[in-house]
Design a protein around this ligand. Structure first.
Ligand SMILES: N[C@@H](CCC(=O)N[C@@H](CS)C(=O)NCC(=O)O)C(=O)O
Length: 366
């Protein structure tokens, strides 16, 4: 147990005591236990998965966790939070719903200490079985994620995010931007699109794909949403329903209509000599110009009224569209259209000036 020290003891008053030290502030460890999206990535003994985690984290609030054993058996845990003092103390009841222990209620108290130590106390009536139970509980705590991945460590932590793809891809950049904006470190790994191993990550053999512990995702919008909702850090979506709907509207319109008009039929086609070592098909670019004009006009119209696509603040929508728009400004067709779209130009400059864009600049520069 690399960053942790653990101690297990069972005493005569049927209380099990475990201790583990993390190199993480208590609030991060507390969140790993109370945020369902994070909890699902590490919960349970080795080999178990956690398809369901619903937690109403407040005194009197109920929780429901369903684990699946490697054998396929389901193990359901139900309980109620008794004390919730973020980020220092959590007390909850714990009752297995299945197997030989069904109906046996125990009380778990976790204390999160400033030096990163988590102390677990479990009042347990099963005195005869406390040895086995202690082992299980310790295994559970061992899988709590660490804040950083250090050399030679095998298991994932809160920051062990891997984004698969090329830094040149605007979609990959969007996925990376969301993690950078949230303050979550990630690694970029090449995606071998034709490789069956990569196709297991992405059934449509595109990039990006993402891995975070047991969470594997494809599609940029899904990865961006996971980054935004699964981690601490500044929210990347509006708080109001209209703003969030607008954000979804732009992400959807970008994916469904604009990406092909900006990407395949303009940028990729114009730079085909460099990318594919073949001449540009001028007919593709020419036929695409009406669609290009419409897409730019639609974006410009919205940005004349609002500073960002979804409202007064930057959101996932801006992080989706801006990386591609930067490429659109490179070929002559894009450059020529810039002066007629001033609101779009101002928006792009503002968004590209965010530090997250500098942190994800493609290596070929410009
Ligand atoms: N709908 C996908 C689109 C991803 C996409 O098209 N990625 C491009 C790179 S920018 C790709 O993988 N292209 C390789 C190919 O088409 O073979 C998403 O949102 O992630």
């Amino acid at each position: 147990m690399n960053t942790a020290t653990a101690a297990t003891a069972a005493n005569t008053d049927h209380t099990l005591r475990l201790e583990r030290r993390f190199r993480a502030a208590p609030d991060r460890v507390f969140r790993a236990l109370t945020d369902p999206a994070i909890l699902k990535t590490w919960w349970g003994p080795p080999g178990f998965t956690t398809p369901r985690a619903e937690l109403d984290v407040r005194p009197g609030g109920a929780y429901a966790i369903d684990m699946q054993a490697p054998s396929g058996n389901n193990l359901r845990i139900r309980g109620t939070f008794r004390e919730v003092v973020a980020p220092s103390r959590l007390v909850y009841t714990w009752a297995w719903q299945d197997g030989g222990y069904a109906g046996v209620a125990t009380l778990v108290a976790l204390d999160f200490v400033a030096d990163g130590t988590v102390t677990l106390l479990r009042g347990d009536p099963r005195v005869d079985d406390v040895g086995r139970h202690g082992r299980r509980s310790r295994q559970g705590l061992e899988r709590l994620p660490r804040p950083t991945r250090g050399p030679g460590r095998g298991r994932p932590g809160m920051s062990d995010v891997i984004v698969f793809g090329s830094d040149l891809s605007p979609f990959v950049r969007t996925a990376r931007l969301t993690f950078v904006e949230k303050g979550v470190p990630h690694q970029l790994e090449a995606a071998a699109l034709a490789d069956p191993a990569y196709r297991a990550r992405h059934p449509y053999a595109r990039m990006p794909a993402m891995e975070h512990g047991r969470v594997r995702l494809f599609e940029t919008a899904a990865i961006a949403r996971y980054a935004n909702e699964g981690f601490d850090g500044p929210p990347l979506q509006p708080t109001d329903a209209v703003g969030r709907a607008r954000m979804t509207q732009w992400i959807s319109a970008y994916n469904a209509y604009m990406a092909v008009v900006f990407g395949q039929r303009l940028v990729i086609e114009r730079f085909a000599p460099r990318i594919f070592d073949r001449p540009t098909n001028e007919a593709v670019i020419r036929d695409n110009l009406p669609d290009l004009d419409r897409a730019l006009k639609v974006l410009n119209g919205s940005l004349a009224d609002l500073p960002y696509l979804a409202g007064p603040n930057a959101s996932l929508a801006d992080l989706h569209v801006a990386p591609m728009l930067r490429y659109v400004g490179m070929p002559p067709e894009g450059q020529q259209r810039r002066p007629a779209r001033p609101a779009l130009g101002r928006w792009l400059e503002t968004v590209l000036a965010r530090p997250s864009f500098a942190a994800t600049m493609p290596k070929f520069g410009s």
